[in-house]
Design a protein around this ligand. Structure first.
Ligand SMILES: Nc1ncnc2c1ncn2[C@@H]1O[C@H](COP(=O)(O)OP(=O)(O)OP(=O)(O)O)[C@@H](O)[C@H]1O
Length: 297
C-alpha cells in the first residue's frame, strides 16, 4: 500500500469534518476521493499530507509514519500555484526546481510529459487555462515523485482544459505513478480512476474498485404473462442460483440481477423450461449518476 489512512477523524471546533475514515491506496492505482463540496475531501488530503493534525487516527505512507523522506516521494497539487506571469514556462519551472532542489536536467523531461516543450519559452500569462494547469502538474513532477496528490485538478477549467488535464493524468498513471485525486465530479472519477472512495458529510459511504462501486450490475425487469402468476415466477426464480436480489417492481413485475455468465436470453429460456411464459423482459441500465445518488442519499 502506498497510503493507509486508519480510523482518521478531524474536528474543527464544533464541526466534525471527518469521522473514522479508513482507506488503503494500492500502488499503481488512480484513487479518487469523490464527494460533494464540504464532504471532507480536502481535509482528508490535508491529514494525509501532514498539513493538518488528526483528532484521532493514523496516516502511513509506504508503510511508515509520514517523514521528510516519504514527503519527497509525493508530488502535491492542492491549488493552482502562482507562477510569475512575465516569466516563461521554463523559467517558472526553474524557480520551482530550485526550491525543490530538483536537478534542472528534469526540466526537459517534465515539459515533454505535460506537452509544453514547444511552448516552454512563451510567457506564462499567454497560456490557456489548460496549459497553466499542465504547467502546475509539471511543477509537481519535478523531483520525480512516485505519487501525485491532486485536489480538484480540473476545477475552473474550460472543456478543452479539462480534457487536456484528464488525458495527462491518464498518461501519468499509465507510466506507473500512483495518483490520489479529489473531485466532486462523478464523470471525472469514472473516466480517470481505478479506485474510488465516496465521502459524504465526512463519512465514507463506499470504497473499492470503480467497476465494483460505480458500475454495479444492470437489472432485468420481468413481467409474467397471463398464464403465469407472480408467485409462480418468484418460485421459478428461486430455483436459479445465478440470479440475485429479486425485487418487487410496480405493475406486478419483479427485477433481478444476473451473474456475469448469464444474459437475459438465458434467463428467459430457464424460466420457460420451468413453465413460465413472460409477457415482458427489459434490461434496465443503472446509470452511474443514480448509483452515486443512491450511495450519498
Ligand atoms: N479550517 C476549517 N475550520 C472550520 N471548518 C472547516 C475548516 N476546513 C474545513 N471545514 C469544514 O469541514 C468540512 C469538510 O470540508 P472540506 O474542505 O474537507 O470538504 P471538501 O469535500 O474538500 O469540499 P470542497 O470541495 O468544498 O473543498 C466542511 O463542513 C467545512 O466547512
Amino acid at each position: 500500500m502506498v497510503l493507509e489512512l486508519d480510523h482518521l477523524s478531524k474536528r474543527y471546533g464544533g464541526t466534525e469534518a471527518l469521522r473514522d475514515l479508513t482507506l488503503h491506496v494500492p500502488a499503481g492505482s488512480v484513487y479518487g476521493l469523490l464527494g460533494p463540496n464540504g464532504s471532507g475531501k480536502t481535509t482528508t488530503l490535508g491529514l494525509a499530507l501532514g498539513v493538518l493534525n488528526p483528532t484521532a487516527g493514523a496516516v502511513r505512507w509506504f508503510g511508515q509514519a509520514l517523514s521528510a523522506a516519504s514527503k519527497r516521494r509525493v508530488g502535491v497539487l492542492l491549488e493552482t500555484p502562482n507562477f510569475y506571469p512575465y516569466l516563461s514556462a521554463r523559467q517558472n519551472l526553474q524557480v520551482v526546481a530550485e526550491v525543490k532542489r530538483a536537478p534542472t536536467s528534469q526540466l526537459d523531461e517534465v515539459l515533454e510529459t505535460v506537452g509544453l516543450r514547444n511552448r516552454q519559452h512563451d510567457a506564462f500569462q499567454g497560456f490557456s487555462l489548460g496549459m497553466k494547469q499542465r504547467l502546475a502538474l509539471a511543477s509537481t513532477l519535478l523531483g520525480q515523485p512516485e505519487v501525485l496528490v491532486l485536489d480538484e485538478p480540473t476545477n475552473g477549467l474550460d472543456p478543452q482544459g479539462i480534457a487536456e488535464v484528464r488525458t495527462l493524468v491518464q498518461r501519468l498513471a499509465a507510466e506507473g505513478k500512483t495518483i490520489i485525486l479529489a473531485s466532486h465530479l462523478l464523470d471525472e472519477i469514472e473516466k480517470v480512476c481505478t479506485h474510488v472512495a465516496v465521502l459524504q458529510r465526512g463519512q465514507l459511504r463506499a470504497a473499492g474498485a470503480v467497476r465494483d462501486i460505480l458500475t454495479s450490475a444492470d437489472r432485468v425487469v420481468l413481467r409474467p404473462g397471463p398464464a403465469s402468476s407472480l408467485q409462480a415466477l418468484r418460485e421459478a426464480l428461486a430455483q436459479l442460483p445465478w440470479i440475485s436480489d429479486v425485487q418487487a417492481e410496480a405493475e406486478g413485475r419483479v427485477s433481478v440481477v444476473l451473474d456475469s455468465a448469464h444474459d437475459p436470453a438465458a434467463l428467459n429460456e430457464a424460466l420457460f423450461r420451468q413453465g413460465i411464459v413472460l409477457a415482458g423482459l427489459e434490461l434496465r441500465h443503472r446509470s452511474l449518476e443514480s448509483q452515486f445518488l443512491a450511495l450519498t442519499s
